[in-house]
Design a protein around this ligand. Structure first.
Ligand SMILES: [Zn+2]
Ligand SMILES: [Zn+2]
Length: 160
């Protein structure tokens, strides 16, 4: 591959990473909207019950409360779906030097140590149920089979 092809590939990957970053931000704002809806529904349930109570007819609020509870359950289901989409997106960054896939939170390639462009790095997310290797230098958690720290790029002790 010529140097120009490599540069073109690098630019395409940076654009892809930027697009994934934007998509993740969009999904996260969708999650925030649903969470706001849920708070609103809960408030509406309380108001409906209390208004009915003051009219001496608390059971008159049950239909409305039941409907709002169903809306909450639906919104929670949508949040779960959106979070799944976010998780899939975040594993799709490729190293422009060696082509290895990386988490979106990585600052450096886990194989060759090449630095990722700043705009492709997302804030750390909680990694659930995975075993990690701690970096001796910056204490960041890394995937078990990583050769280099994805946060600072230094070689991990397990490979030395
Ligand atoms: Zn690499
Ligand atoms: Zn490190």
């Amino acid at each position: 591959m010529s140097i120009f092809d490599k540069m073109k590939q690098g630019a395409a990957e940076a654009a892809k990473a930027a697009q994934q970053t934007m998509e993740t931000a969009r999904l996260k704002s969708q999650v925030a909207l649903r969470q706001r809806d849920i708070s609103r529904y809960k408030k509406e349930i309380g108001e409906a019950v209390f208004t009915a109570y003051m009219k001496d007819n608390i059971t008159g609020s049950h239909d409305k409360a039941f409907q709002l509870c169903q809306q909450i359950v639906a919104a929670e289901g949508q949040i779960t779906q959106l979070e799944g989409q976010i998780r899939r997106l975040k594993a799709l960054k490729a190293c422009s030097a060696c082509g290895r896939e990386a988490d979106h939170q990585a600052h450096f390639c886990r194989d060759c140590g090449a630095a990722f462009p700043e705009e492709s790095v997302l804030p750390p997310l909680q990694l659930e149920g995975q075993v990690h290797v701690l970096c001796g230098r910056c204490k960041a958690e890394n995937p078990l089979d990583a050769r280099r720290c994805t946060r600072c790029g230094s070689e991990l002790a397990s490979w030395q």
